[in-house]
Design a protein around this ligand. Structure first.
Ligand SMILES: *Cc1c(COP(=O)(O)O)cnc(C)c1O
Length: 392
């Protein structure tokens, strides 16, 4: 059996999305900035996609949507673009959390080198930020609050509307990296007082290399990519027309199927969690309720996450130990450490993330092979022997 259970890293391209994109990869190849007909047709497709995305996320209109090369660029642009302008007004403080994606954390670290002060909020054992902590951290010099909508490793969903309200009342700009949440959770930028929001297509069955940044009308922001006058002179570069069309189509499909998918995935996920928690010395990371429907993240004491992944791969399962960006390094995930887990435990983590394509039969198979594999790895683990001898 082949099981793809790494949808938090990326998803398959939906056939319907590919179909919508194909004309823009073949006949309609004109440059949207040109005046002849195949250029105009491309431009029209870009503008229709922009309006579609705006209405799907509750923006006022398409003028608030800017296309980017994906989530990382949107995060970089939102944070650097806003902070570098506000610094000129003496605002040099950023509030974020300890468990952001590296596309946010590394940007904050590089801004620290430019003289910014950064507050990294705690996310507690359940992986959820406390809105009152945001309120208490805001000061006169705060330029931006940037907090992710849902975490990419443990799937926990943050109280974004409450945080947005606090920021709006304090007159501080609020950015959210909604890459994981988009298409899985209802999002409305106006109702939730969001000023900037990052999203990317490949996390909801759209193409890779195309995303967007929502920028609320009137928000001052510096360009990140300078050059031509595309994206109303704020983001240069010939538009990824097919990607943009695919992005809008994928988002439309994700949102229109969100409720039924949520129901199906939550049921599958809970059955798997309950089953895997039967394994001795296992734990679920992150809140059980406030989490993405398709996300499971667990630790099994006494084993290495990497070994577990390799064994599962041999058995046909594609999973992850956490973030795709950190695999290859043997450091435990910063997300798991932010929950207060000790290094030894954080090492034995497994993330399974599901999509519509996964089935109950696959869950049955996982419930069979994961406990077997954990037991096998523990059978020659000195760490496990130590744990067991300390129990006595
Ligand atoms: C995947 C991901 C990103 C990066 O998006 P890309 O389109 O791959 O650049 C950023 N933030 C989160 C939370 C993600 O899961």
């Amino acid at each position: 059996m082949q099981i793809y259970a790494d949808n938090a890293a990326t998803t398959s391209l939906s056939p319907k999305v590919l179909e919508a994109m194909t004309p823009y990869l073949t006949e309609i190849y004109g440059n949207p900035s040109s005046l002849y007909r195949i250029g105009a047709a491309a431009k029209e497709a870009v503008e229709e996609s922009r309006e579609k995305i705006a209405s799907l996320i509750g923006a006022k209109n398409g003028s608030e949507i800017f296309f980017t090369s994906g989530g990382s660029e949107a995060d970089n642009w939102a944070i650097k673009g806003v902070c570098r302008i506000l610094k000129e007004k003496g605002k040099n403080h950023i509030i974020t959390t300890k468990f952001e994606h590296h596309a946010v954390l590394h940007v904050c670290e590089s801004l620290q080198k430019e003289g910014f002060e950064v507050t990294y909020l705690d996310v507690y054992e359940n992986g959820i930020v406390k809105p009152e902590d945001v309120k208490n951290a805001i000061k006169d010099t705060t330029a931006l609050v940037t907090i992710m909508y849902a975490n990419n490793e443990i799937g926990t969903i943050q109280p974004i509307a409450e945080i947005g309200k606090i920021c709006r009342e304090a007159g501080v700009l609020f950015h959210t990296d909604a890459v994981q949440a988009m298409g899985n959770v209802p999002i409305n930028v106006q109702e939730e007082c969001i000023d900037l929001l990052s999203l990317t297509g490949h996390k909801f069955h759209g193409p890779k290399g195309c995303g967007a940044l929502y920028i609320r009308l009137g928000t001052r922001i510096k360009s990140l990519i300078e050059g031509g006058a595309q994206e109303r002179s704020r983001r240069a570069g010939t538009e990824n027309v097919a990607g943009i069309v695919g992005l809008a189509k994928a988002l439309e499909l994700a949102i229109s199927t969100m409720e039924e998918r949520k129901e199906k995935l939550t049921k599958m996920r809970n059955r798997l969690i309950t089953g895997l928690l039967q394994i001795e010395r296992s734990r679920l990371n992150g809140d059980r309720e406030s989490r993405l429907p398709g996300n499971i993240n667990m630790c099994f004491e006494g084993i290495e996450g990497e070994s577990l992944l390799l064994m599962l791969d041999i058995k046909g399962v594609s999973a992850s130990s956490g973030s795709a960006c950190t695999s290859g390094s043997l450091d435990p995930s910063h997300v798991l450490l932010s929950l207060g887990l000790p290094h030894e435990i954080a090492h034995g983590s497994l993330r399974l993330s599901f999509s519509d394509a996964n089935t109950e039969e696959e869950i049955d198979y996982l419930l069979k092979i994961i406990p077997e594999t954990v037991e096998y790895l523990r059978s020659f683990s000195p760490l496990w022997d130590k744990i067991k001898s300390e129990e006595k």
